[in-house]
Ligand binder design. Structure first.
Ligand code: ZN
Length: 106
């Protein structure tokens, strides 16, 4: 795609133009923030984990696809993994795929 500020060609996934340094994709940034705002809330994950944790939904939400699939196959590590995850979420110790801790509070 092309930067709407300076007209130079830039990467399709770029958020910032490498030529003029301006934000090029407000839409993408906004979408990303909205996406993160709900999945990066511990209380939300706790509810999901409590309701459908054995399907690993809370793990998919934070981008942990690998263990999410494992949770689906094993029913949340036979229920143990779900309980561990729920405790971790309540303690704000649950991490996303990048290793960032997700705070429980709103
Ligand atoms: Zn530019």
């Amino acid at each position: 795609m092309y930067c709407k500020h300076c007209g130079q060609q830039i990467d399709d996934n770029a958020d910032i133009c490498i030529h003029c340094g301006k934000f090029v994709s407000q839409e993408a940034i906004k979408r990303k923030q909205e996406e993160e705002s709900i999945t990066k809330k511990g209380w939300f994950l706790a509810i999901i984990c409590w309701l459908v944790g054995i399907f690993g939904v809370h793990r998919f939400l934070v981008g942990k696809i690998g263990t999410g699939v494992l949770w689906v196959i094993t029913g949340g590590c036979f229920g143990i993994g779900v309980i561990v995850d729920l405790i971790m979420i309540l303690c704000s110790s649950f991490t996303d795929k990048d290793g960032n801790k997700i705070p429980f509070g709103v």
